[in-house]
Design a protein around this ligand. Structure first.
Ligand code: SAH
Length: 364
């Protein structure tokens, strides 16, 4: 048995078994045969915990108004090129209805970051109406940025079960380089702890392949996921957006896409091999790098896909990064296309099931 095969076998047998050095070794693999071994080992662990099944969550991008000015993000406050929108309650509820009709057992509501009493109340009311509409059966995930403890508590009481808040990078120095003054790493970590305290299924994650980020940073990210005892992981490759300070200098070449896809897939595999029973998303950003990027994500160990159910007319204004796929497809087309893609790799969709994180169930 080679050294690599030994490491993979041990990681499959026991979670949290990899050392920091071994994590770095796995993340930096580039040889195609080694990559194949890494992904296959992680896929086997995925099969053990969720079978040949993928859970869907329809995502509604509710608005792109944002108080943050993150240097990498296409909807940052300082980007004057983007037309701002906020969907009305009835429009969002139409999307929710579509989500139910399409038999997606869970829903994600995402938007830019807004903190105000009016916004908290708007979301709270929306959550009550969604819970009513779905007779409490739908899994409801929020991805609405940093909020006060009181807001998290109110939204939980109104029916939200899960919250996604990416830490973006667990390296505070790198975090400071990617965000303007006033964007606070500690506060973001504290929000993750508050979400946990209020009994959400907590999801976080990072972007991989950021300028200045090392394999050692990425290894620490994976250890950080364990330290916070996360239930869900959503990670994706960093993709430049030309109307942002970070993205304007970076050329999006075929080499860029190939390298970033490899790192993104390796992150999924190593996270699966280290954490075992968490939900891991094959994010849309993977598909921005390769047409079958999300399927590759599943085969590397992910078990969740988030089909876009935002009305096509708004999708153009929610481009966090360039080359975002499916801008012209409607939700029904996305549903069929994704189901067909998964069928091709022998996976089935968990229709009408919430697909909660097994890790959350285990820690209850
Ligand atoms: N406002 C919410 C969620 C919206 S952004 C929040 O703050 O949590 C969702 C995610 O998109 C971000 O967490 C970030 O990781 C990712 N993202 C933003 N810009 C990106 C880029 N240029 N490339 C890849 N991912 C990006």
């Amino acid at each position: 048995m080679t050294q690599l095969e030994k490491i993979l076998k041990q990681a499959q047998a026991e979670r949290h078994a990899l050392t920091r050095e071994e994590i770095v070794t796995l993340l930096s693999l580039t040889d195609p045969a080694d990559l194949q071994r890494l992904h296959a080992a992680a896929y086997e662990v995925k099969l053990r915990h969720s079978g040949k099944v993928v859970s869907f969550r329809g995502i509604i991008e509710m608005g792109n108004v944002c108080s943050k000015d993150c240097f990498y993000c296409g909807i940052r406050k300082g980007n004057t090129e983007v037309e701002r929108f906020q969907l009305a309650e009835e429009t969002i509820l139409r999307g929710v209805k579509r989500n139910i009709d399409m038999e997606y057992g869970s829903l994600v509501l995402q938007s830019g970051e807004i903190e105000s009493d009016a916004h908290t109340a708007f979301i709270e009311k929306l959550l009550h109406r969604i819970t009513e509409m779905s007779a409490g059966k739908l899994g409801i995930t929020l991805s609405l940025g940093e909020q006060s403890e009181e807001t998290f508590a109110r939204w939980r009481a109104a029916g939200a079960h899960r919250y996604l808040l990416r830490i973006e990078t667990s390296n505070p120095a790198l975090y400071a380089k990617l965000h303007p003054v006033g964007h606070n790493f500690e506060r973001r970590v504290n929000c993750l702890r508050l979400l946990r305290k209020h009994d959400y299924q907590v999801g976080s994650g990072v972007m991989s392949g950021l300028p200045g980020q090392t394999y050692s940073d990425l290894a620490n990210d994976i250890l950080f996921f364990h330290e916070l005892d996360l239930d869900m992981i959503g990670m994706g490759p960093y993709i430049p957006h030309h109307d942002t300070p970070l993205g304007q200098e970076i050329a999006f070449t075929p080499d860029y896409a190939a390298d970033h896809l490899r790192i993104g897939l390796n992150m999924i595999s190593v996270a699966r091999l280290y954490l075992h029973d968490v939900n891991i998303a094959a994010t849309t950003a993977l598909q921005a790098l390769a047409d079958d990027g999300r399927e590759q994500g599943i085969l590397a160990g992910a078990n969740v896909v988030m089909p876009n159910i935002t009305d096509t007319e708004y999708r153009r204004n929610y481009q966090l990064y360039e080359n975002k796929p499916c801008l012209d497809e409607n939700s029904e087309q996305c549903r069929l296309c994704l189901a067909r893609r998964l069928e091709k790799i022998g996976e089935t969709v968990n229709w009408n099931q919430r697909g909660d994180s097994p890790h959350y169930a285990a820690r209850q």
